[in-house]
Design a protein around this ligand. Sequence first.
Ligand code: 26Q
Length: 851
Amino acid sequence: MQTQDINFQNANIRVEDDRTGLSVEALKRAFLDNLFYIQGKFPAIATRNDYYMALAYTVRDRLFRRWINTAEVYTTQGSRTVCYFSAEFLMGPHLGNNLINLGIFDQVKQAMQELGLDLDELMEQEEEPGLGNGGLGRLAACYLDSMATLEIASIGYGIRYEFGIFDQDIRDGWQVESTDKWLSYGNPWEISRPEWEVQVKFGGYTEAFTNERGQYRVRWVPDKVVRGVPHDTPILGYQVNTCNTLRLWSSEAIESFDFTAFNAGDYSGAVYKKMESENISKVLYPNDNMTQGKILRLEQQFFFVSCSLQDMIRILERQNISLDRFHEKFVVQLNDTHPSIAIAELMRLLMDEHGMEWDQAWNITSKTFAYTNHTLLPEALERWPIGLFGKLLPRHLEIIYEINSRFLDEVRLKYPDDIARINRMSLIDESGERYVRMANLACVGSFAINGVAALHTELMKKDVLHDFYELYPDKFNNKTNGVTPRRFMVLSNPRLCRLITSKIGHTWVKHLDELHQLEAYVDDPEFRAEFRQIKQAIKQDLAQYIKANYGLEVDPASMFDIQAKRIHEYKRQHLNALHIITLYNRIKANPDIDITPRTFLFGGKAAPGYFLAKLIIKFINSIGDVVNRDPDVRGRLKVLFLKDYSVKFAQRVYPAADLSEQISTAGKEASGTGNMKFAMNGALTIGTLDGANVEILEEVGAENFFLFGMTAEEVYAKRAAGYNPMEYYESDPELKLVLDRVASGFFSHGDVNLFKPLIDNLLYSDPYFLLADYRSYVDCQDRVSLAYRNQDHWTRMSILNTARMGKFSSDRSIQDYCDDIWKVHPIKIELRDYVQGGCGFDGSTDCKVVF
Ligand code: 26Q
């Protein structure tokens, strides 16, 4: 076999043999081989999907050596490993990302071209794993990319949902959901590892007993046991050999058939158990920022947490490392409270299954977990009715009671007689029906607690977690979110990245702060022209896509004003809609008015049970129906709701934006990450002082950001003083006209009832202060329109946005987690050859892999 060294985009990486070579020739040969031997096809009969699969396997082959090598180094070095526990990983398509991180995008493009295939088309073919709702799941995915890139030993642990976030269609303006069958053509990126399956118990009862050494012990007698089977996906870092693992668990029945029932003639009874077990990992709950006390959801959370902790114990045992050192070898980051049952489960595993005493188990547990909070919305704080909880997890409820009793003793000692405080801090809510409070459990059981943006962390300390902050101030810290520039710049915006690299070299991709060097070119008219042309070309592409998919003409010269995110009242898509109607009314009152042409684009899914969110989608579509057709508008305004927003589609949208709408009620959006993705790609932000907007404004400068609206403090003060939205309606004629027009049925074919719930909500309660912020928003939008008329100045602002977004790389976030919370350092992976020597191929046995 042949080996050679090539200069791999500045990293000197040894190139593989014939089978996994990186040259165009080797890629072509491997691709055709895989088409034949894996897909069982040859070009004359291959479908586009066959080609995609063949390419995916070709790329996967090129990950294996790094993947196995990484596991081996972690095993032999016994490294401290970060375990990122998350109920959601919104990974997006893998193919393009792996090509970027392997550094073979151009070679593969050429190889495909020489075979008469188009790489972009093949990438389009990939069915993305939509295993998340939005921000929290996508953050987990960005963090995996950055951990691998920073060469941090880590594993992502989660659930392999058979059906991810639903597909969204729009019919007659309404959202219609259908099942996301992402696995139906197979998933070339995962390898299942049934040899590492574990068992997870549910239900039943507990019994105390005294063991042979006379110690008090508890045994859990479950009424259901399911198998958890791990499915591993490689996570390659950017231009490094580190290839970490995303390990997702799927649930399966212990026995595929209950033969006693079957033999007794009870066929459906026999398959029922199997079905019930498989249900656990069947479908992702499509709610974000809203909890729903469904038992299956708790089963999911416990299932993946128990699987993962057992897997970690297996890894230690295989390395002959004592469980006493669990917290030295692992740190677990809890992505919100969804996996926080892990705190009770680790206690149970250490005590009941491995014979530890309480104090030692607690010492280990409370040094293992760190908790990230992602919400300030009270309705999003997870709590489970005691009855339901105890029925599913009787042993965990006992353990939680014991943690609580010890914890409340500590609180009483510090705050004697402060009954109200004790009630607030208790892990059990006893104010009415009794609940387990998962955030309280997470706070007590974790050594670190962080918010996801500076403002959010401050509000968390002041409000939702205030009591815990007073008790444990040192546990609290901020870790402002970030996003990966590999996916959200290099992959999604190659034209812009080529321009950037031509000016400042390519190292900015790993050191995003280097984008600052672009500031030197902001006064260069040629650079500005190029920057503007690129934005223009991307907008043209999106306009073409819109024409092809929606039959709607949009003007690429108009301002692309985009709001893309989950639909939620607090995110205020309907405030954006009120602005559109305002502009429309101005045109109707004066058809010759000089107005800056805009294309308003929306994208995002609504939770299927969230009535007002779904009505907001219908509202936007109804406005579009009127505005897009009205001859008076003369094409100056276009409104379009883009269906089925996804990571794949997001990558198309961010680069095409002129204006990014980040208009949540101050104090409600924990961070936002879309705001970062837009700004990096040169969009200007119109936004409130909320979440990470505050820090974006700080970085880009107030002169390059369109700020409007009340501050969080003003919002609190207004609520406290008794907010009356009607006052705004009555005192602002332009606002009144907007709401009256909607109420009159103007946008609903005369139906005065359709949008009544929305209008009544605004006039009589307006919990998210749209009417209070309306004037400030509309005036700010007028400043935006004016600014857009000076294209040269706009481009200058746009460049400065890109140049100043370095802080928001997820590499920076992960570095902060490593330094302040995880206390871990990079581990370099030197590539070794497996096939040629060692590892049993030649009879030797010097290779161990337990990950
Ligand atoms: C919980 C229990 C039962 C069912 C569903 C849920 C659930 C699921 C998902 C609750 C919340 C979520 C998702 C929350 C989320 O995405 N939050 C966002 O996190 C981002 C990353 O930190 C922030 O940028 C956003 O501000 C925040 O809204």
